[in-house]
Design a protein around this ligand. Structure first.
Ligand code: 3HC
Length: 285
């Protein structure tokens, strides 16, 4: 399978900077694109910190880290992505944002380019329909923290070609990840199962079954999860969890996917978890 020379990564937030990090660490050139210089600056600072952490853990040499950083070029100019034969989109988890981005990428990137989305729940088939190349659109769903988690869910839309699938599967392997193939359904496998668990844990807190700390301890001590579901919700972002629950509820129609009212209230209050300094727990900002 021919691997891309330069990969466009759209979005320098938590997932986008992690994806840029692993692509560069594996020897690919990356154009990291976001709307504002300040977003790019924050993303690059995170990448530099995480590369330094890998050097301190002796997973990379200082030179490998420097080379990886040098492979990442930040840009706010979408038109500059016209040299890329692969784009991985990691923008906000809203259909309107992603669909307009996909229309732009379809216009800008060469005809043979693959357009991949890191969406955690939005239909790949629907995103593909925004483009003139639906056979070259695919889901490439990474997990946070991207440099650490070995999984990539590879999601085929209704029209995704076998060639597109094979290219992305071998790219995921070249990034040191394990690709798992799933079909296009709301939340795929990961969030179809994880988010209702998190949502139910929030119901348990809201109904006074136990404190957030106690719920988390049950999962850490009883099921050997590395983080309890509420710590994990804070880590993922409560706004992201709510967006995904809404996608599941809308797409699957079953009341069991109703977002917990406490989750809605917390997001309304701006308590978004780790990134805002407060969620189920408080964090230094
Ligand atoms: N970059 C590079 N390395 C990192 C890192 C980062 N951002 N974050 C952590 N690490 C490394 C550490 O250096 C450490 O390396 P070592 O094993 O060589 O010492 C290792 O990862 C473990 O980190 P820590 O020792 O700092 O801390 P923990 O042992 O507590 O692990 C954790 C942290 C890896 C985040 C662990 O708690 C964990 O696995 N949590 C669950 C994460 C999870 O479930 N993620 C999926 C979320 S769902 C998702 O992303 C999908 C989306 O659609 C919602």
């Amino acid at each position: 399978m021919t691997q891309p020379q330069t990969i466009a990564v759209l979005g320098a937030g938590t997932m986008g900077n992690g994806i840029a990090h692993v692509c560069a660490r594996s020897g690919f050139n990356v154009l990291l694109c976001d709307l504002q210089q300040s977003f790019l600056g924050r993303g690059l600072a995170t990448i530099e910190n995480n590369l330094a952490r890998e050097v301190s853990k002796e997973k990379l040499t200082k030179q490998q880290a420097q080379e990886a950083r040098a492979r990442i070029t930040p840009t706010t100019d979408r038109e500059a992505l016209n040299i890329c034969t692969l784009a991985i989109e990691a923008a906000t988890e809203k259909f309107e944002v992603k669909s307009s981005l996909f229309r732009d990428l379809d216009r800008i990137l060469p005809a043979e380019a693959i357009l991949a989305s890191n969406t955690s729940s939005i239909s790949i088939t629907k995103l593909a329909a925004q483009t003139s190349r639906p056979t070259q659109v695919i889901g490439m769903h990474f997990f946070n923290p991207v440099p650490v988690m070995p999984l990539v869910e590879v999601i085929r839309g209704l029209q995704t070609s076998q060639q597109t699938f094979d290219t992305i599967k071998s790219l995921a392997e070249a990034l040191g990840k394990t690709p798992i193939a799933v079909n296009d359904a709301a939340g795929f496998v990961s969030n179809r199962v994880l988010m209702p668990l998190i949502n139910e844990a929030i119901f348990a807190v809201m109904e006074g079954v136990a404190t957030a700390e106690a719920v988390d301890q049950v999962f850490v001590l009883g099921m050997a999860h590395p983080m309890g579901p509420l710590t994990l919700a804070d880590f993922i972002g409560l706004d992201v969890c709510l967006d995904i629950m809404r996608v599941l509820h809308d797409a699957l129609g079953d009341p069991k996917y109703r977002p917990c009212p406490l989750l809605i209230r917390m997001v309304d209050a701006g308590w978004l978890g780790r990134k805002s300094g407060r969620g189920f727990y408080t964090y230094p900002t």
